[in-house]
Structures are given as structure tokens and as C-alpha cells.
Design a binder for this molecule. Structure first.
Ligand code: SF4
Ligand code: ZN
Ligand code: ZN
Length: 331
């Protein structure tokens, strides 16, 4: 990961732990951390990420991105004077790896270390199903169900706990995949709605922010390792299914181009945000809000039931049917 090759730090001359090709600098351990954190604050300021925020909820899955984001947001809270609330969803992913159990343990250890407020949402206890159940009973890719469950619960819980901002750990690689995928599939509306800051709007009172959206994934990993953060290194047992999604394949292609042309990924996302986006007009902001007949939360206009409740109903029906079948079999 670190590409030092005997290089010396461009700032102090000590042994470098990382060479940053697109910036043409080599950095030692201390200067890498300093450079990384300075860039974080530069992005936070220039994209007005926490402007007006009083209580920032951070979605923490226990991976390097969200754990680093939690620590950096805590630093930002001391500079800008807002409160921090960690939110972790126990998704009920096991598959012999105890993934969710570890994810909750890691999140807890970071919350306690930083002394921040937190809330853990047990999906199975609160809503009667886990992501493992959805894999068995819902006819859609498990990561797609997981994504909608996370979006629904994070919004709901952030609102319930008085947060005005919800921060997620999307990194530069994620954003580059979104942007390129939007061009390829002609779905620019999606990226127009999913920039580094999505302001609060009718039906969605919590502003969404992605403070790491211009930070490469590998650099976040290196930062988390140097800082000695407690995070889950192993991927989710369903991540190989995630890799089958075309967006992820684009991610591999982007990585290959980045190797040949350092700075390509940053240019792709930065140019989109700074040059392309301001020249485009997104007209759907004034859409009417339709409320889900079951939970009362916003749903897509024209649909009575939100996707979360639809998935929940589908799993309930299947679980009860399979319970009945088991009873009939045993009896
Ligand atoms: Fe959820 Fe898929 Fe990510 Fe696992 S890999 S946490 S199932 S979105
Ligand atoms: Zn140095
Ligand atoms: Zn609903």
C-alpha cells in the first residue's frame, strides 16, 4: 500500500511512508497524518459541509471509512462547536463470520474511546428481520435490500435523535463509480441529487453530507492504520455479490486508469462537482411528498407503500409461511 521505495519526506527529509503521485509529494508518518487532516478540513470548508450544523450524526459500520470519519468529525466538532452522535445498525449479517456482531463491537469501542453519544439499532429486534433473512426471502440483490434498509433507518434514527446532519463515509472511489456509472447509464439525475451536501428538503429534514468524497479509499486505509483505529478489516460476507453490480466493475476500471494516469479519479469527481453540476438544472426538487400508508415516512410519489415496508411485508409473509411449513413438517 505504502509506496516509499526509499523515498524521503518532501517536508522533513525523514523516511517517507507514502508517495502521493497526483500531488508529487512523499510524506513521513507524521506529515502524512497532518497532510491528510489538513485536506479534510479544506474540503469541509470549501464545500461548507458542516455549515449551520448543530448535531451531526455519523453512520458507523465499523469499516475504515466510517471509523475514520467518526474520528475526523469529532475533531471537526471541537473546531466548529457541534455535537456528534454515532449511529450503528446491527444488520444481522452472520453467515459464519459474525460480521454484524463484530461491526457493533468495533463501533462501540470507538464511541467509548471518543466519548460521543451513540445509538445502536438492532434490525431484527426492531423490525423482525435481518439482512440474512432478506437474502433468503427477497427476490432482489441482497446489497440492494441492505442499502435501502440502511438509508431508511439512518434517516429515521437521525431525525428521532435530533440530528440536523447525517454524515456517511463515501470516499472518492465510491463517488467516481457513481459519476462514471451515471454517464454510462444516462442517469445524471442521480448524481445531481447525491453530491457532497444534500440539503434538507420537504419530507427529509436532515441534511446529508459526505466529508470524505474527495479522499481516495487507499489513503483512508493508510490513515486508519497509522492512527491505530479499531476497525473491521474483513469485508462483509456478501461483498462478493456487491462486486457483481456493474458500478463495482466500473470501480475496477477506474483503478486501472488511475494507475496509468494518477489524479484521474480526483479529476473525474472534482470536475463533475465544480464544472458540470453547476451548469445542469435539476428540476425535481419541488416534487410533492407522498407518505407511506404503513410507516408514514416519505415514499416515491405514486407509491402508497415505501420500499422498506414493502420488503418488510415480503419477509414477514415468507417467514410465517416457512414457520407454518416447518410446524406441519414436524407435526
Ligand atoms: Fe450490506 Fe452488501 Fe455492504 Fe454487506 S456488502 S454491508 S450486504 S451493502
Ligand atoms: Zn516528514
Ligand atoms: Zn413505510
Amino acid at each position: 500500500m505504502a509506496k516509499n521505495n526509499g523515498l524521503k519526506c518532501s517536508i522533513c527529509g525523514k523516511e517517507a511512508v507514502r508517495y502521493i503521485p497526483y500531488a508529487n509529494i512523499a510524506l513521513c508518518r507524521d506529515h502524512y497524518v497532518e497532510w491528510f487532516e489538513k485536506r479534510f478540513f479544506k474540503h469541509v470548508d470549501s464545500f461548507r459541509i458542516f455549515e449551520g450544523s448543530k448535531r451531526v450524526a455519523v453512520a458507523v459500520s465499523g469499516g475504515k471509512d466510517s471509523v475514520s470519519l467518526l474520528h475526523l468529525t469529532k475533531m471537526a466538532s471541537e473546531k466548529y462547536g457541534f455535537e456528534v452522535l454515532g449511529i450503528t445498525i446491527d444488520l444481522g449479517i452472520d453467515r459464519g463470520t459474525a460480521y454484524s456482531k463484530k461491526s457493533v463491537e468495533v463501533a462501540l469501542s470507538n464511541y467509548k474511546k471518543l466519548g460521543v453519544d451513540y445509538v445502536i439499532i438492532p434490525l431484527k429486534e426492531k423490525h423482525g428481520f435481518s439482512i440474512d433473512d432478506s437474502k433468503r426471502y427477497v427476490n432482489r440483490p441482497v446489497c440492494s435490500t441492505c442499502g435501502l434498509v440502511k438509508r431508511y433507518l439512518l434517516n429515521e434514527v437521525a431525525e428521532e435523535h435530533g440530528a440536523d446532519t447525517l454524515a456517511t463515509g463515501h470516499n472518492l472511489d465510491d463517488m467516481a463509480q457513481y459519476v462514471l456509472s451515471a454517464y454510462v447509464h444516462g442517469n445524471l439525475e442521480y448524481v445531481l441529487r447525491n453530491g457532497p451536501v444534500i440539503p434538507a428538503r420537504p419530507g427529509y429534514p436532515v441534511k446529508k453530507v459526505k466529508p470524505l468524497f474527495l479522499t481516495p479509499e487507499e489513503e483512508i486505509l493508510h490513515y486508519a492504520l497509522i492512527k491505530g483505529f479499531d476497525f473491521i478489516y474483513d469485508p462483509c460476507p456478501y461483498s462478493s455479490e456487491f462486486n457483481r453490480v456493474s458500478k463495482e466493475k466500473l470501480g475496477l476500471i477506474i483503478k486501472k486508469i488511475e494507475k496509468e494516469y494518477p489524479g484521474f479519479t480526483l479529476g473525474l469527481v472534482q470536475t463533475f462537482e465544480k464544472e458540470v453540476k453547476p451548469k445542469m438544472h435539476y428540476t425535481k426538487e419541488t416534487q410533492e411528498i407522498t407518505k407511506c400508508k404503513i410507516c408514514g415516512r416519505p415514499t416515491t410519489p405514486g407509491r402508497d407503500i415505501c420500499s422498506f415496508c414493502a420488503v418488510k411485508m415480503k419477509i414477514y409473509e415468507s417467514l410465517h409461511r416457512s414457520d407454518g411449513l416447518k410446524k406441519a413438517h414436524n407435526g
